[in-house]
Design a protein around this ligand. Structure first.
Ligand SMILES: Nc1nc2c(c(=O)[nH]1)N[C@H]1C(S)=C(S)[C@@H](COP(=O)(O)OP(=O)(O)OC[C@H]3O[C@@H](n4cnc5c(=O)[nH]c(N)nc54)[C@H](O)[C@@H]3O)O[C@H]1N2
Ligand SMILES: Nc1nc2c(c(=O)[nH]1)N[C@H]1C(S)=C(S)[C@@H](COP(=O)(O)OP(=O)(O)OC[C@H]3O[C@@H](n4cnc5c(=O)[nH]c(N)nc54)[C@H](O)[C@@H]3O)O[C@H]1N2
Ligand SMILES: [Mo]
Length: 788
């Protein structure tokens, strides 16, 4: 989130698109209800009429997988009707920048495309520069090669008729949404966009979010209370886990992992030279990388050995979830730890993922319970145990309330939690398990001469020798030290790249500024202004609550409006003041060079309407999902040209002749995820007892299906049985003049527990987004029929 949960109360309009927070993030509605009481509007854009839609002022249905068309239409509407915040756009975004020769867009393809590798050469998408390296600009925004004019041209194709034909959204609903949301371009108003998995789980997932970014920058909504782009994170600590390097291509703190395939990554010096931009906040990257290496390898990280850079694995493969399972399926892995995950229910194309597990020699599952995954080899899972040689170990883990530690929520707040009760039986906290494993392996490999074992031996595992690691030592290592004085770091601003400082995660540096003062334990609920609660927990980075808050003030440092003031320049005091930590080099006055750089993480201090950093183009463009019932109305390119395609047995593709119905998957409020934690609870199982599929009354009639009938849902990858729930929540779409049906189903079911049922993921495809590889769980093709 750029903003935070409590801040939602300040919004004048919340566009909820690709999310159903009334069921999946219910606390959000505590604040959205307040916003409504203050006159704010709520919009819900979803293929299905959800409980969120039911409490919204405007509901617009759209066919799954068409959000870019929907948002592209909004970008055009804002520009055509002059509903954008021009001063904000000129000063705080790259709208005025001139794009260099080489950029082009033609029939669905940007310049620089290589069909053989399905990749783009993004050096074709650059900004023209003056001799001193600064970007060429036209603040009048009239130059046809300016970002603004190129963007205007790109989205001129997204007229309401074409958009309505693609999305299936009635024109009047499109216009209602555009009008209500673009009204927040007015100074003094702020709109927020709330999104989750309906947005990201697509082959164009990242570009869906980019489309949100473009509209929010045009409307001048970023950096303001009640504004921003707010990703509602899923599992309670998923924010924390991505912050800490869970993503396959990131080191801790969003530092890109070195790759064997990039020649410059061969040494630390050349890696840093290649990956560090000359200007903008990321020019500090070497300080963060070297401090991270010092935290991990301690005394074993020296100037002479490039601070242990060579201990880092340099992969040459894409190790995302889909590709790991592909490797397993192709017999390329011996063993796996499945730590708190249940892919036999939650993984894409789960039937194949279950088969893949059978190719492992061993598997360790660390979980609260036996799940469909650790029991994948059983007959009840549909397997033949006599043919499976995988040795499965199940290590019982303690639940969240049986252990101590912090979690980071969507607001980026790191909140400490204390243990409530002791674990039962042999269950132990995950950290204890990791700690014991590390100590034992260190002993086992102690005298190993193998170079492959050296990184592990070099790790500075200084958390004590007891059964449990010293949590406080870990917390302090994350915060970091001044290694010359032994004192804790007070923030990332003081980190250095010469090996004299350490920090296990630069974005959290400063949460533990002195001995005994862990700020994530703070629970002072006094409002410090604007509901920012600066003394409650710690928000990364630097305890800042609203990111990009420099943009809440005009270039001279005066708030655009009194109602939406966050920080401002106090000329008499010669400093920035307000009710949040400035997201800015707070030593700069507005008139100094760089004094208006509201997006300081970026090279030129501006927000990117044109983003050459993406793998699939600098502007979001609509493509159809991997499986689609329609031809792309915008170009002759059907699928996002930059996605990696898996085919053959691992990912069979279905076509509309056999599978004419669009399907999507989602959650029900009574179950949590793959259901391991809820389908064995009597009460929750009673609320949502059986696997079901929601179908419209019109489709039910066409297929002769009645409510509660048993039906079969089939895709190119598998088939499942479920109960039909005939509902008004779905209506057929009119797509390019033809009727298209959509159905939807929960993915929370499996064969264990009380509430059992077939897993929706037997149907979903093994294909991911071009930038992140998140699977396309939200749009695929199927057919349905009565089971008898
Ligand atoms: N009760 C409960 N709460 C949960 C969870 C749970 O399992 N149970 N899981 C947690 C986790 S990990 C996560 S990630 C979040 C997920 O939170 P959400 O993203 O809200 O969850 P979903 O229900 O998967 O999907 C949201 C909506 O996206 C819609 N949708 C489908 N396709 C499209 C599309 O193409 N465009 C648009 N605009 N909408 C589409 C679906 O109809 C659905 O209503 O929830 C968290 N909260
Ligand atoms: N079709 C479809 N599939 C989806 C999605 C979708 O929208 N549609 N959503 C996707 C999303 S957003 C997500 S996040 C994934 C989730 O996929 P998974 O993470 O595989 O699913 P969970 O059910 O959350 O699995 C968590 C497991 O951790 C265990 N557990 C709970 N607490 C602890 C603990 O403290 N320690 C340990 N070791 N284990 C613990 C639980 O018992 C459970 O078995 O599913 C994805 N799958
Ligand atoms: Mo999630």
């Amino acid at each position: 989130m750029t903003n935070h949960w409590n801040d939602l109360q300040h919004t004048d309009c919340a566009l909820i698109m690709g999310a159903n927070p009334a069921e999946n993030h219910p606390i959000s509605f505590r604040w959205l209800t307040k916003a409504k009481e203050n006159g704010g509007k709520i919009i819900s854009v979803d293929p299905r009429y959800t409980r969120t839609s039911a409490v919204s002022d405007i509901y617009a249905p759209l066919r799954s997988g068409t959000d870019i068309a929907f948002m592209g239409g909004m970008i055009k509407y804002a520009i055509d009707n002059n509903l954008f915040h021009k001063d904000y756009v000129v000063n705080y975004t790259n709208a005025s920048f001139i794009v260099a020769d080489g950029f082009d867009f033609n029939d669905g393809l940007f310049s620089g495309y290589d069909e053989a590798t399905r990749t783009y050469d993004n050096t074709k998408w650059t900004i023209a520069t003056n001799e001193d390296g600064t970007p060429k600009k036209d603040p009048s925004l009239q130059n046809p090669k300016s970002v603004f004019q190129l963007m205007k041209k790109h989205y001129s194709r997204y007229d309401v008729d074409t958009v309505s034909g693609v999305t299936g959204t009635p024109k009047k609903d499109l216009l209602k949404v555009y009008e209500a949301f673009c009204a927040t371009s007015k100074v003094g108003k702020a709109g927020t966009i709330l999104y989750a998995m309906g947005t990201t789980q697509h082959t164009v997932g990242s570009q869906n979010v980019r489309a949100f970014a473009i509209i929010q920058m045009l409307l001048g909504n970023i950096g303001l209370p009640g504004g921003g782009i707010n990703a509602m994170r899923g599992e309670s600590n998923v924010q924390g886990s991505t912050d800490f390097g869970l993503l396959w291509d990131n080191l801790t703190g969003y530092l890109g992992a070195p790759k064997a395939t990039v020649p410059e990554h061969a040494t630390l010096a050349t890696y840093l030279a290649k990956e560090t931009p000359p200007t903008g906040f990321w020019s500090n990257k070497p300080k963060f990388v070297v401090s991270l290496l010092k935290a991990w390898y301690g005394k074993n990280a020296t100037k002479d050995n490039e601070f242990g850079y060579h201990f880092l694995p340099k992969g040459n493969k894409n190790y995302s979830h889909i590709n790991l399972f592909k490797a397993m399926y192709n017999n390329e892995l011996d063993g796996a730890f499945l730590w708190g995950t249940n892919p036999v229910v939650g993984g894409p194309n789960a039937g194949k993922e279950k088969e893949a597990l059978g190719n492992l020699k061993w598997m360790v599952a660390v979980d609260l319970w036996e799940t469909e995954t650790s029991a994948f080899w059983r007959k009840e899972a549909g397997s033949d145990p006599s043919k499976i040689n995988t040795e499965v170990f199940l290590l019982p883990a303690s639940a969240s309330f049986e252990k101590e530690g912090s979690i980071s929520n969507s607001s980026r707040w790191m909140q400490y939690r204390w243990k409530a009760i002791d674990s039962r039986g042999e269950a132990r906290p995950d950290l204890d398990i990791i700690h014991e494993l590390a100590l034992k392996l260190k002993k086992l490999y102690a005298n190993s001469p193998k170079s492959a074992d050296q990184p592990f031996l070099a790790l500075d595992w200084n958390y004590g020798n007891g059964e449990a690691p010293d949590l406080d030592a870990i917390a302090k290592e994350i915060n970091g030290y001044d290694l010359k004085t032994g004192k804790l770091m007070t923030g990332f601003g003081a980190l250095l790249d010469d090996g004299t400082t350490s920090s296990g995660n630069w974005i959290y540096s400063g949460f533990y500024p002195e001995e005994g003062k862990n700020l994530s334990k703070r629970r002072d609920n006094k409002d410090t202004g604007n509901a920012n609660f600066l003394n409650w927990s710690f928000a990364w980075p630097a305890n800042r609550r609203i990111l990009y808050n420099r943009a809440s003030a005009d270039p001279s440092g005066k708030p655009w409006s009194k109602e939406k003031a966050v920080i401002w320049w106090d000329a008499a005091a010669k400093s920035w003041v307000g009710n949040d930590v400035p997201d800015f080099k707070a030593i700069l006055s507005p008139s100094e060079p760089g004094g208006t750089g509201a997006f300081m993480m970026n090279k030129d201090g501006v927000g990117l309407l044109f983003a050459p950093t993406m793998k699939d183009g600098p502007f979001p463009e609509h493509y159809e999902p991997f499986e689609s019932p329609a031809k792309n109305a915008f170009s002759s390119v059907e699928l996002n040209p930059a996605v990696v395609i898996n085919d053959g047995d691992f990912n069979k593709k279905g076509y509309k002749v056999d599978y004419p119905i669009v399907a999507t998957t989602y959650r029900v409020e009574a179950h949590w995820q793959s259901g391991s934690m809820t389908r064995n609870q009597e009460w929750l199982s009673e609320i949502a007892r059986y696997m079901f599929v929601e179908i419209s009354e019109e489709l039910a009639k066409e297929k002769g299906i009645n409510n509660k009938d048993k039906i079969i849902v089939e895709s190119a990858r598998g088939k499942i049985k479920a109960y039909a729930m005939v509902t008004k929540r779905y209506k057929p779409f009119t797509v390019n003049g033809k009727k298209v049906h959509q159905v939807g189903m929960p993915w929370n079911f499996g064969f264990k527990g009380y509430a059992t049922g077939d897993s929706a993921n037997r149907l979903t495809p093994h294909i991911g987004d071009a930038n992140t590889m998140i699977p396309e769980y939200k749009a695929f093709l199927c057919d349905i029929r009565r089971a008898d």
